[in-house]
Design a protein around this ligand. Sequence first.
Ligand code: UDP
Length: 324
Amino acid sequence: MNVFSSQRSSRKTSVVTGGAGFLGSHLSDRLLAAGHQVIAIDNLLTGNLRNIEHLFGNTDFRFIEHDVTNFIYLPGDIDYVFHFASPASPIDYLEFPIPTLKVGALGTHNALGLAKAKGATYLIASTSEVYGDPLVHPQKEDYWGNVNPIGPRGVYDEAKRFAEAMTMAYHRYHRLDTKIVRIFNTYGPRMRLDDGRVVPAFIGQALANEPLTVFGDGSQTRSFCYVTDLVEGIFRLSTSDTHAPVNIGNPSEMSIRDFGEAIIKRTETSSRLEFKSLPVDDPRVRQPDIALARKLLDWEPLVDFETGIGKTIDYFRPFIESAG
Ligand code: UDP
């Protein structure tokens, strides 16, 4: 018996914390497409029901508004717990530093406890931020990172590092089947226009013909992965027998200045780049080494930048037009 029916179904049931967020909602779509029943949990602090409104008529989908830093009670059988709840953009975790720490720590503990009680497989969304401002480039999973624990970004970086440690403790001590994905910069539809991340910021500014705010001199690099590629990697990881962290991201690296110029060209805007000060502890470089994902999951990104950014621009366009 589970929340969907009074009979034990042979179908898989997955819980997605942060299910109304950018990644959680795309992951829910992918799980439903694979035939899972999905219970999405979200406290809507940074998530939005708009991201899952297309699922509300779907009898395989349930939404529960709940803060997973509090005990999670769910009746019945559960096969997978995907812990994706967290503020995840720099301005969000600067605005909500304590909820960010709590969801990475207490939320991770509760989600692990739920997986343990149900005998479920557990997968935690970790991040390239565990590498901090990396001294190794590109970043491989065996690099331990260069994180400032007390800087403004530390609330997110250390929460995720704690979450990884807690996950491995449940794996080693309780023999829980756990997976850790280290997610690199991901973009696509359902990002929030005002979440402060560079992709929605630049696209929003370009579509509104406003200056693109480049932080620092724009020489810092990021490697952008389209969301459906990321979700496919996560789905494959969930059914793998790997317990060590695995990087999922797109290795095609570019400077923020080049990214801004690409957005200007693509949107045919009259906007220009405008240089602002660099945020504290902003990583200089970031690029995933995905050899492990290639080997273990037979996974690599398929959506090129031109295609992915085109879809993302098309998603944001109506928001700007209705605001203007
Ligand atoms: N950035 C920028 N202008 C903006 C927002 C971000 O130049 O309006 C820069 C930011 O300083 C960082 C990069 O873009 O170097 C990526 O920032 P984002 O917030 O998207 O993610 P991060 O990888 O830093 O977590």
